[in-house]
Structures are given as structure tokens and as C-alpha cells.
Design a protein around this ligand. Structure first.
Ligand code: NDP
Length: 399
């Protein structure tokens, strides 16, 4: 059916690329382009021989001209951005210049400020609309599937959704005292920031990890979870009608919290540059360099993830509860695509989003969050491509 340019070749991209190759009727040709070309070549060597034709290229995705040249040469139908949030705007600029559809999994974040918001990408709405191209924002799991779950709940189960709690549990054990499951710099910036949630039309801010709850997750059991700010809160608060409160919780084990506190206390998570042996370094980037690379955790990680949304609202004048979630097994993911479940649960929806934009199922010129599209084809594709979902009408609630 078409061609996709995939930018980045890290943990998430590797899964998405495996999945594109499994889905070769749609992804006839792909180009893997990243900063370090050797990683793209190694993945190509592993996957060559199937029906999807794979090419590789070196690209600095901070450089719009390089991106435009690459897109002009390869002529993809879609660009799937699986580099880092810092590259979102340059890649969107290149898509505009070449009139190519754009998909990503994380919203833009300036390098010098740990603050992720949609305002920078939403500012491109009119330009994308005029160019007749679609930007699909946040096609990972959270954001991503959580938005699709919300749109599905709204379409099929509620007249009005009043409360959403998004619960992200990882009961995986990689055997290290401390490691992050995706890019350490992005992960630590996220969890060491202040928490916040949306209530009655405004943001309520909390200290980092201030609000803790214990939840008994299906197939995983009881876990400590902490309220975080998370990017889909911002778009869901606008796109889900009648919403009164929306919160996001993520589980963390005691060892992770203790290590993170200690690293914070000694200044290792700071993004302020410091002078070290005559060179400016950013402590968090140095920390990333000494931590285990998330892409090496796959063979060691055992256990499951459970990510989903609990909805409370009204249907036909009555109160209704609805919980929809996916459970994913780290070891099964590794057997299939040589990655752990965190990359898997992000890479599969990235492929699905790219597929739906590429085959025209989701064609809506402008810049849109995932919950603005019809959720049904995405929900079907989740079942087909490795992330089957389950539902409950009587879930335990979070107080
Ligand atoms: P990785 O660090 O493993 O991979 C990032 C890739 O981007 C690397 O291949 C890196 O190249 C490449 N890259 C970085 N900068 C540039 C640049 N300037 N030009 C070209 N390539 C570049 O990250 P992950 O795979 O863990 O995460 C990828 C994205 O997915 C992130 O944006 C993350 O926030 C998002 N994510 C979203 C989730 C969701 O549920 N929505 C969950 C988890 C992650 P190099 O190899 O040279 O370092």
C-alpha cells in the first residue's frame, strides 16, 4: 500500500519497525533514519528478507533542511517520529514543507525546560489544515491507547463521562536496583516534575510523588501508584465532554523511589549545565550515560504491565462504571520482537496510528490528538496486532 519514513531507531522504534514488517501489506517500503545509522543498519540486517523493503539513512532530526532532503528523496506517505520529544517541531516543519502526514508518540518539550505541553504543536493546526495533511499526535500507549480507550468509552458506553483515572502499572522486574524502562532522560524529567490533575476546569498542582494510592490491578495484584502530570490529561480535558476530573497514576517500586530520591538529592537529575573538567555537562545526561540502556532490559525483564482507564459517568440517566485495560507480558514481547513490554506497548500503537493515517482511515487535515479520531478501527487493530484489551463494568475505584 505505501511507504513510511521512521525517524529514530531506539527501543520504541525497534518494536514499531518489527510490527511494520509483520504488516507488509500496508508497509511495503520503510526507511529507517536516525542519528546513529549503524543501529538502523543492524535492525535492517535482522529484518531483511521479509516482504517489506527496508532502507536506512543517517539524519539529524534537529535539522529541518536534512529532513526535507530525506523526505523529498524517499517520498514517504507518512513520517513516523520515534526520535525524542525535542525533535517534534523540526520534523513537523519538514512534513509541512513536503506535504507529508506526521505521527508521533510524545509531545514537544524544549531541551532547556522540563515542561511538556501541546501548545507548540497545536500552533501548527492551521498550517497543516491548509496543506491538506494530517498530524496525529500521541500514538503510543499513554498518550495513545489511553485516548483511544476514552474515545471508545465516550462513543459506546456513556452519554457523559465525568471522571477518568488512567492507571499505568508495570510489575516487570529487570533485576537491576535502578533502571528506567524507556529513555532515562525523558523518564526522569517526567517523574521528578510536579504532579498535577484536572478538576472542575482547572489544574491542581501537587509536589512530585505527593499523592500515593494502592490499587489491586487485574493479573498483577496490589501496587503502590503515584499521581503524575501526564500529557494526555491536557488534550482529554478538552476533548471529553462533561469531564469533571482526570488523573494519571503510575506504579513505582520502593527501590526505584529510593534511588530516584537519592539521585535528586545529590543533584544528578538536574538539567542545569555544570562545569566538569573544563567542559559543560548536564547531570541528567551524564546519569543517562551510566544507567543501563533500556533497550538491553528486554532479555532480563519478567512480569506484566497493565495500563488502562477507569471511567465514571452517566448512561441513560444512570451512573455507570467502566474499566478498560491491556495486560502485556514482558517475556512474551521479548520472544516476539526482542523488546520488553514498555517499548512494545508504545511501538505497536505507533505502527497502528501510522497504518490508519497511511491507508486513509484516519484522514483529517490539521493537527489532532488521537481521541479526536474514530476509535473503532484502532480498537480492532489493537486486538489484531498484539495488545488485546479487556473490560470490566464493576472495577475497584481509586479514592
Ligand atoms: P530511545 O532513546 O531508545 O530512542 C530515541 C531514538 O531517537 C534513538 O535512536 C536516537 O538516536 C534517536 N534520536 C535522538 N535524537 C535524534 C536526532 N536529533 N536526530 C535523529 N535521531 C535522533 O527512546 P525510546 O525509543 O524509549 O522513546 C522514543 C519516543 O517514544 C520518545 O519520544 C518517548 O518520549 C516516546 N515514548 C512514548 C510513550 C507513550 O506511551 N506515548 C512511552 C514511551 C516512550 P541515537 O541512537 O543516536 O541515540
Amino acid at each position: 500500500m505505501g511507504k513510511a519514513l521512521i525517524i529514530g531507531c531506539g527501543g520504541v522504534a525497534s518494536v514499531a519497525i518489527h510490527k511494520c514488517c509483520q504488516n507488509s501489506d500496508v508497509f511495503e517500503e520503510i526507511m529507517i533514519a536516525s542519528r546513529t545509522k549503524s543501529k538502523c543498519d543492524a535492525l535492517k540486517a535482522k529484518l531483511d528478507g521479509g516482504k517489506t523493503k527496508i532502507q536506512t539513512a543517517q539524519v539529524d532530526a534537529d535539522n529541518v533542511d536534512e529532513l526535507v532532503a530525506l523526505i523529498t528523496e524517499f517520498k514517504p506517505d507518512v513520517v513516523l517520529n520515534l526520535a525524542l520529544p525535542y525533535q517534534d517541531l523540526t520534523i513537523m516543519d519538514a512534513c509541512l514543507a513536503t506535504k507529508t502526514h506526521y505521527i508521533d508518540t510524545a509531545n514537544y518539550e524544549p531541551k532547556d525546560e522540563a515542561k511538556f505541553e501541546y501548545k507548540w504543536q497545536w500552533a501548527y493546526r492551521e498550517k497543516f489544515e491548509k496543506a491538506g495533511i494530517t498530524a496525529l499526535l500521541g500514538s503510543g500507549f499513554d498518550p495513545g491507547v489511553t485516548g483511544v480507550f476514552s474515545a471508545y468509552a465516550q462513543k459506546h458506553h456513556f452519554d457523559e463521562i465525568n471522571y477518568i483515572d488512567i492507571l499505568d502499572a508495570n510489575a516487570g522486574d529487570h533485576g537491576y536496583p535502578f533502571a528506567t524502562n524507556f529513555n532515562p532522560e525523558i523518564n526522569i524529567r517526567e517523574v521528578s516534575a510536579k504532579g498535577s490533575y484536572w478538576e472542575n476546569g482547572e489544574w491542581v498542582e501537587t509536589e512530585p510523588m505527593e499523592i500515593k494510592r494502592v490499587y489491586n490491578f487485574p493479573e498483577i495484584g496490589e501496587k503502590d501508584m503515584y499521581l503524575l502530570h501526564h500529557e494526555e490529561l491536557e488534550s482529554l480535558a478538552l476533548n471529553i465532554k462533561g469531564i469533571k476530573r482526570i488523573r494519571f497514576f503510575m506504579t513505582f517500586g520502593q527501590s526505584y523511589i529510593t534511588h530516584l530520591k537519592c539521585l535528586e538529592n545529590v543533584g544528578m537529575t538536574s538539567i542545569e549545565p555544570i562545569e566538569f573538567e573544563g567542559k559543560q555537562i548536564i547531570p541528567l545526561q551524564f546519569l543517562k550515560a551510566v544507567l543501563p540502556d533500556p533497550s538491553t532490559l528486554g532479555p532480563r525483564t519478567k512480569g506484566k504491565t497493565n495500563i488502562g482507564c477507569i471511567f465514571t459517568g452517566k448512561k441513560d440517566g444512570k451512573e455507570k462504571l467502566y474499566y478498560i485495560y491491556n495486560v502485556c507480558d514482558h517475556e512474551e514481547c521479548y520472544r516476539e520482537v526482542e523488546s520488553q513490554a514498555i517499548s512494545y506497548t508504545t511501538g505497536v500503537p505507533a505502527m497502528i496510528g501510522a497504518m490508519l493515517v497511511m491507508n486513509g482511515t484516519w484522514n483529517k487535515p490539521g493537527v489532532h490528538n488521537i481521541e479526536e479520531f474514530d476509535p473503532d478501527p484502532f480498537m480492532d487493530a489493537l486486538n489484531k496486532w498484539g495488545l488485546p484489551w479487556q473490560e470490566s463494568f464493576n472495577p475497584e475505584l481509586v479514592d
